[in-house]
Design a protein around this ligand. Structure first.
Ligand SMILES: CC(=O)SCCNC(=O)CCNC(=O)[C@H](O)C(C)(C)COP(=O)(O)OP(=O)(O)OC[C@H]1O[C@@H](n2cnc3c(N)ncnc32)[C@H](O)[C@@H]1OP(=O)(O)O
Ligand SMILES: O=C([O-])CC(=O)C(=O)O
Length: 375
């Protein structure tokens, strides 16, 4: 019998079709429902992008008004969600607290028990907007709790990005900061069959519910080879200290066979299509906060990595320092990624439900030959 082809890590394997986004390493482009992500980042609110990912088209003016009103009405945290977060030790990683909170939202949703309660598209549309509205409140609550601060209530006179920053910091930053934050959310919203989205689709393929699928996706995103890389970038920056040390630090790290976080990508081998847009946002923040030293370090490490390994940055590389300049705690960076990616995750969960086939690949057994107990 010939050995089957093994596709370790499913690298290069096309497992299904999708109409949600297309990642094109040949043209270095990323399209959401056909629109280049750079155009969306330049011209659209995060709410418009969420609507586009879910419905396939940008909202009309009336649809946007109704959608924004609904999202704003769903932001307040239930006391039971706060208590669930409070039961997680404050020293735990914020992604653990976020995962617990989303899991608990599933337990609180009694409509899951209705006939067809898990798959009903109308119920699921509502759940997606609810998760979109709740995640910023949860993430802001977790960061403030970590700092020993009282929560800040959401405001329904603010758009998604502004309200997120308001709830986190208790004040509104300048427009340049809000805009960089909005750009990061748009860029993080969706990226086809990445590890966390695929996790969500695997869970959805068993006809489990959307909260379970999102809870699993949060677990997958936490890892440093995926979303966890944005905070790992800042840990590396802290180790390096300043631009002068970048080359020496990198030589040591590579000699120790360490992975350099924020560099490399499974699909893009010649640069991540989102990096130039996020880097421009980072440059505006650097100017605003007068932190040329941050950009110098950023460039020094990028150049050293290009010279030694010819490996380019991914989106987590500019996002990490951008979130740091905005004032987020380093451990909040991956929860921010999750609060944006909830849009892509849920779009994929619903696409999976709509044309489902249980995801269950094969493996080649390489363990012991058949043997028998000696008793
Ligand atoms: C938004 C996102 O989630 S983007 C991804 C964020 N993750 C990171 O930034 C973590 C750091 N990067 C990595 O670990 C990898 O580049 C991954 C996991 C993203 C992609 O990995 P793969 O597609 O499996 O690439 P693979 O690991 O085969 O890399 C090919 C070669 O480049 C090297 N390489 C790839 N990325 C890096 C890196 N960041 N640092 C050092 N070497 C690297 C590998 O060691 C390997 O070298 P080898 O052939 O000598 O063994
Ligand atoms: O596509 C991937 O493998 C990882 C990634 O960049 C993302 O999820 O945004």
């Amino acid at each position: 019998m010939t050995d089957p082809d093994i596709h370790k890590g499913l690298a290069g394997v096309v497992v299904d079709t999708t109409t949600i986004s297309s990642v094109n390493p040949q043209t270095n482009s990323l399209l959401y429902r056909g629109y280049p992500v750079q155009e969306l980042a330049a011209h659209c609110s995060f709410e418009e992008v969420a609507y586009l990912l879910w419905h396939g088209e940008l909202p009309t003016a009336d649809e946007l008004v109704a959608f924004e009103a609904l999202e704003r009405s769903l932001r307040t945290l239930d006391d039971r969600t706060r208590r669930a977060i409070d039961d997680v030790p404050v020293t735990a990683h914020p992604m653990d607290a976020l995962r617990t909170a989303v899991s608990q939202l599933g337990g609180l949703d009694t409509t899951l028990q209705q006939p067809d309660g898990i798959l009903d598209p109308a119920l699921n549309d509502g759940r997606a907007v609810y998760l979109l509205a709740q995640l910023p409140s949860i993430v802001a609550y977790i960061q403030r709790r970590g700092r020993g601060l009282e929560p800040v209530e959401p405001r329904d006179d603010l758009d998604f990005s502004r309200n997120f920053l308001w709830m986190t910091f208790g004040e509104l930053p300048d427009d340049v900061v809000v805009d960089a934050f909005r750009v990061s959310l748009v860029l993080y919203a969706e990226h086809s069959f990445n590890a966390s989205t695929f996790t969500a689709r695997v869970i959805a393929s068993t006809l489990s519910d959307v909260y379970s699928a999102v809870t699993g996706a949060i677990g997958a995103l936490k890892g440093p080879l995926h979303g966890g890389a944005n905070e790992a970038v800042m840990h590396a920056f802290a180790e390096i200290g300043s631009a002068d040390n970048a080359e020496t630090w990198l030589d040591t790290a590579l000699a120790e066979k360490r992975k350099i976080m924020g560099f490399g990508h499974r699909v893009y081998k010649n640069g991540d299509s989102r990096v130039p847009t996020m880097r421009s946002a980072l440059e505006r923040l650097v100017e605003h906060y007068d932190r040329a030293d941050m950009l110098a370090l950023y460039d020094a490490l990028e150049n050293a990595m290009a010279a030694r390994k010819n490996i380019k940055p991914n989106l987590d590389y500019p996002s990490g320092p951008a979130y740091s300049l905005m004032g987020f705690d380093t451990e909040t960076f991956t929860p921010l990624f999750a609060a944006a990616r909830i849009t892509g995750w849920t779009a994929h969960i619903f696409e999976q439900y709509a044309a489902n086939s249980l995801i269950r690949p094969l493996s080649q057994y390489t363990g012991p030959e058949e043997r028998h107990l000696e008793r």
